[in-house]
Unconditional design. Structure first.
Lengths: 195, 195, 195, 195
DNA sequence: TATGAATGAGGGTTCATTCAT
DNA sequence: CATGAATGAACCCTCATTCAT
């Protein structure tokens, strides 16, 4: 019989690779990178263990793929803030977009915070993490500066800490944590009394 | 580990159990709990592997001991805030004490934040974590309330997030992070302009 | 593989089966049978992994084919010794032909010697190896007998050992080993002083 | 109870390590290095798989140990040739000692010849193999030179090839191969007619 | 109290082989 | 005739834990 076409193969590949990445992210975020076995990923993705190695050279490679993808997603967050708005509106939108991502991409972020405290795992990533963080801080500085805040650099650092702190507390008690209220408080802090 | 006098501490580290706890904490904070082997702890403590099992039933037991001790330490933090001061002074002292602990007990806190995102390890601890956090928040609420802050409950949540966020960022870049400046900014935020 | 005309050979290597055999031989001789994966053979032959199983039932089957082909080649060696020559000339020619084969079919011979010491791989072949070796020894005996050598049977054994020994040493240091000189020394040993 | 003494531990270690090396050599020589699994070695040595890694860092390390030991043994062969004898007697003794080693250390030599044709396994050893071979050739040259042989260098090469060739043929048919007769023939070749 | 040899389950990874197309 | 995705057994190695002394 005729072999599968290139497109058929491509589709199969994408399907399997997607299942692997999805399963890995889910398990990594739940149990941590080292506590998740390749076997567990395979079972979760309902494929064989061996197949994973058709798509990834190693377990670490899966993680790198996930994180790289996640970073792209983060970088695009700012694009959702229209430049036509007032500074306050922009700041509000930025925080809304950010907190939405925290809520919607909870698996990625949980995994990410977990990795942050396991430096050995992400040696290869640490320079990228640094770059990402400094670009995020630059962005925060810009917004704060537009709002007329003083000592922008350190205020951006504090704001960043607030966001990460809220995110972590949210993941500790996802069901009951008033994350939207927290967002409002943050906005209040920097934009004045009313929301 | 729980606060002890210098002599007690000295004695403890000389004894096997103390050496085990100290070594384990150091390694857990550096490499993570699962990435630290019993063998590594034994080597670091300069004792035999078997001896560890004379003092602890399992590797997890060591962790539980460390965390339990650490929690005692946290609970004592507030005792360092003299009740005779003004609200502002008390708040200032509280933050100073807290940030000092972040700097001085970095091994414990690093390990702690790492565990926070690895729920499976601390299933047995999660109720204690909850208790500790809610008691901390209560404390923060009290201080904020004395300062005349409104919506104390949520402001305490935000303040807690700030502190944890700063701590995490500090551990990401321990050498260059302006943690004392951050403390000042936080105080400023809640106590008005001047430090 | 068995001697073929240049055209036959050309055609064969263009066909899949030929490409497989050629690639497998190259890799087997370089890395050993077990260290060569089917995947590596397929990549080297620039075909798909699955196609190999259209032509061969198993990896071992490929090896058997190669060895069987090689044995045919060995058996034909004697045909290159004209019967019209004097015993000395015939002996000289035989050794020349033999050492030429060692030089020209180095891939096959390397692989062959490797297999000789891996009895489990060639269990299925061992009877054929025995047959081949005893026929070779018979041939050597005949030549030695014509040269007037005494105790022909054992001298043939020694001569055979010499040839295999030289071959092995040659493959150990293919670039610098004076294999032609060795051939002359062997001839000298059995044919008298001059070459 | 009191812990075991240092000597008791030492004895245990030596016993286990010896069992591992002995088993590994036996299996490596029978089935080849890559075809012998750590599990098989453990079962053969009647110990657990894990124990092997108390004594050796890796499977390759076991091989290195065996080969290093074997090389020491080879280097000592010449010490068994008394310097007080006549050249012929010395040559005779040298070959006797050599062929005895071939017979008595058959496992090591079988494994060794197998490795010789699997260069990738012994990359780390190849320089040592070279050194050993060139020292052996030097030794053969010396003996031949004392016997008055001409073109000593190449004759030593041929003699070395003979010995290795005989060894290999011996291992192909250990039960029926007339190895002692071969030794006599070799001696005859270089020492004249009578033994 | 203290040692470290010994165990064995489980982890990441490889690879001959199968199979739908 | 040809493809390469998919499988699963087997591999090397790690490590928490046990145990005799």
């Amino acid at each position: 019989m005729a072999p599968r076409t290139r497109e058929q193969f491509q589709k199969m590949r994408e399907k399997s690779q997607g299942k692997i990445l999805k399963s890995a992210l889910e398990l990594f975020s739940q149990k941590g990178f080292h506590q998740t076995s390749i076997d567990a990923i395979a079972k979760y993705a309902e494929i064989s263990k061996g197949l994973i190695y058709n798509y990834f050279d190693s377990k670490e490679e899966i993680l790198l793929d996930i994180v790289t993808d996640g970073f792209k997603l983060i970088k695009e967050l700012e694009n959702f803030v229209p430049t036509s708005l007032t500074p306050k509106q922009k700041f509000d939108t930025l925080l809304t977009v950010t907190f939405n991502s925290i809520k919607e991409n909870s698996e990625f972020w949980k995994m990410f915070f977990h990795l942050l405290s396991q430096p050995d795992v992400i040696t290869k990533l640490s320079s990228e993490v640094d770059k990402m963080y400094s670009s995020l801080f630059k962005m925060l500085e810009l917004h704060l500066s537009e709002l007329g805040v003083e000592d922008v650099e350190n205020q951006a650092k504090l704001l960043g800490a607030m966001i990460d702190g809220v995110a972590i507390h949210y993941y500790l008690n996802q069901e009951h944590y008033p994350i939207d209220l927290m967002k409002d408080k943050v906005i209040q802090l920097y934009c004045g009394e009313e929301k």
